[in-house]
Design a protein around this ligand. Structure first.
Ligand code: C5P
Length: 140
């Protein structure tokens, strides 16, 4: 078997979607890597796919939302025992007329305030961005 550390990282696009001082989170399904963890919604970028297009596709499939993808917010790299992931976080907004998020292909979905962003709820690859997101949600 090839050692996980010798394989290229899985490229993942994830959304930072803020509305009314809360950020959108999805919960990973049973039977998946890191099941039960809450994360910034998104998923694997397919070979040859534009990461922003991947994010639009993933949010449509997972939570039935139509979105516009804006600027990059952060890039993180994390090595799990079984694989490594390169996560591209983008600022995302709801497209006009898009429905509210629904748990179509995730265990659950919620809007979280800054006080709910506890490190231990998230995949390790997402933790590095939490302080930035808390700052985004802080009342000005
Ligand atoms: O969601 P999907 O299974 O396509 O994600 C691919 C990999 O990226 C998984 O191993 C998952 O743990 C990781 N991931 C992550 N943080 C996210 C989304 C995915 O660490 N916000």
């Amino acid at each position: 078997m090839t050692d996980a550390s010798s394989r290229p990282p899985v490229l993942v696009a994830a959304a930072v979607l803020v509305e009314e001082g809360r950020v959108l989170l999805t919960q990973r399904k049973r039977g998946t890597h890191l099941a039960g963890a809450w994360e910034f919604p998104g998923g694997k970028v397919e070979p040859g796919e534009d990461p922003r297009a991947a994010l639009v596709r993933e949010l449509g499939e997972e939570i039935g939302m139509e979105v516009s993808v804006g600027d990059p917010v952060e890039v993180t790299f994390h090595r799990y025992p079984e694989k490594s992931v390169l996560l591209l976080f983008f600022a995302v907004t709801r497209a006009p007329g898009s429905p509210d998020p629904q748990a179509l292909d995730v265990a659950d979905v919620k809007w979280a305030g800054p006080g709910e962003l506890h490190d231990e709820l998230f995949p390790p690859a997402d933790v590095a961005i939490l302080s930035k997101v808390r700052a985004l949600l802080a009342p000005r």
